[in-house]
Write a protein that binds this ligand. Structure first.
Ligand SMILES: Cc1cc2nc3c(=O)[nH]c(=O)nc-3n(C[C@H](O)[C@H](O)[C@H](O)COP(=O)(O)OP(=O)(O)OC[C@H]3O[C@@H](n4cnc5c(N)ncnc54)[C@H](O)[C@@H]3O)c2cc1C
Length: 300
């Protein structure tokens, strides 16, 4: 795939220790690695979501390659009989180049997914893309019921965004947010982000109960997960109506516990060679991961 690699990626990716550290968060660079990992997960009652790493492509041809790749992925998922959804970034299918063209590409992917009774998620990128992504989701959801969008609890606007989408019965994956955002628009303290996450979760659970929307909680925060379970129980939302999503390689014990308790749990598996910006966000989220990389340098 013609996704351009950054200079930093070029200089880092050649080192074995970096590859080893990245392995902690992805089973491998190829689609077949993600498929094999899914087969293992399925035996434990865990389903997956695939994302091919890449963002901010600069050529329409690259966007088309990404779109064709996801069409192939859907074919593969279907043929392999694995239970896997997909999740993609709009800038990966050319949002920076053309809204209309990326909508066309996305709709092709969503329609193919619909033929296979599958589901497509839209990731949320930095705040420069929030308005456009929400507008994009509104338009595609009218055509494609089997689509959902990620919203970020660190953004002060998110409550209004959720409310503005209620009329289209949205499918929402709520996360804390992974980008560096200014304090004017985003909560900076962990306690404020967590508080907002729980407020939004409560609202979403009410909507699950009253309007049958799909709400997914993308978090590894055990305190938040525990609060969500309590909120759901108070609202009489059944275990199987709640879905948690986590990233591959993080909080694996909790993943199994949730499945054993009867909740739906999906693991997001990233693959592909363009892992550098994505991996840097994982490091920024948790500085302890830098220690993990260093340990790998010295154990190499
Ligand atoms: C399925 C899924 C999809 C996502 N999609 C998006 C998206 O589209 N847009 C976006 O902005 N963000 C996305 N994110 C990332 C998200 O915004 C957070 O940055 C990330 O999930 C960490 O937040 P947390 O809720 O786990 O809470 P935190 O408070 O950050 O973490 C809670 C605990 O989880 C563990 N943990 C968390 N992150 C790591 C890590 N990297 N390495 C090791 N341990 C860790 C630690 O023990 C930590 O104490 C997604 C996350 C998930 C799970």
């Amino acid at each position: 795939m013609g996704i351009k690699k950054s200079l930093a990626f070029e200089s880092c990716s050649n080192y074995g220790f970096v590859k080893k550290a990245v392995k902690r968060f992805m089973p491998g660079e190829n689609l077949s690695d993600a498929i094999n990992a899914t087969k293992d997960f399925m035996q434990k009652g865990i389903l997956t979501v695939f994302t091919h790493l890449g963002e901010n492509i600069t050529q329409i041809q690259e966007a088309e390659e990404v779109k064709n790749h996801y069409l192939d992925v859907l074919e593969n998922i279907h043929n392999e009989k694995i239970k896997t959804e997909i999740s993609l970034k709009l800038t990966q299918i050319g949002l920076d180049l053309s809204f209309d063209n990326s909508l066309l590409f996305f709709n092709q992917v969503a329609q193919k997914a619909s033929e296979y009774l599958n589901f497509v998620w839209i990731d949320m990128e930095g705040s420069a893309y929030t308005n456009t992504t929400i507008d994009f989701y509104r338009r595609t959801k009218l055509l494609n019921e089997n689509t959902g969008v990620c919203l970020q609890a660190y953004l002060k606007r998110t409550e209004k965004d959720i409310q503005s989408l209620i009329d289209i019965r949205p499918n929402i994956r709520l996360v804390k947010g992974a980008y560096k955002e200014p304090k004017e628009i985003a909560f900076k303290d962990k306690s404020d982000v967590d508080k907002n996450y729980l407020q939004l979760a409560k609202f979403l659970l009410t909507q699950v109960k009253e309007n049958g929307i799909k709400a997914v909680f993308g978090t590894h925060d055990l305190k938040i997960i525990s609060e969500i379970k309590k909120l759901a129980s108070n609202l009489n939302v059944q275990h199987e109506q709640i879905e948690f999503h986590m990233l591959y390689g993080i909080k694996t014990t909790e993943q199994h516990r949730l499945v054993n308790e009867g909740y739906k749990l999906k693991v997001l598996i990233s693959y592909g060679s363009a892992w550098y910006p994505w991996y840097m966000r994982r490091l920024a989220e948790r500085p302890a991961n830098v220690g993990f990389v260093l340990k790998n340098i010295f154990s190499n």
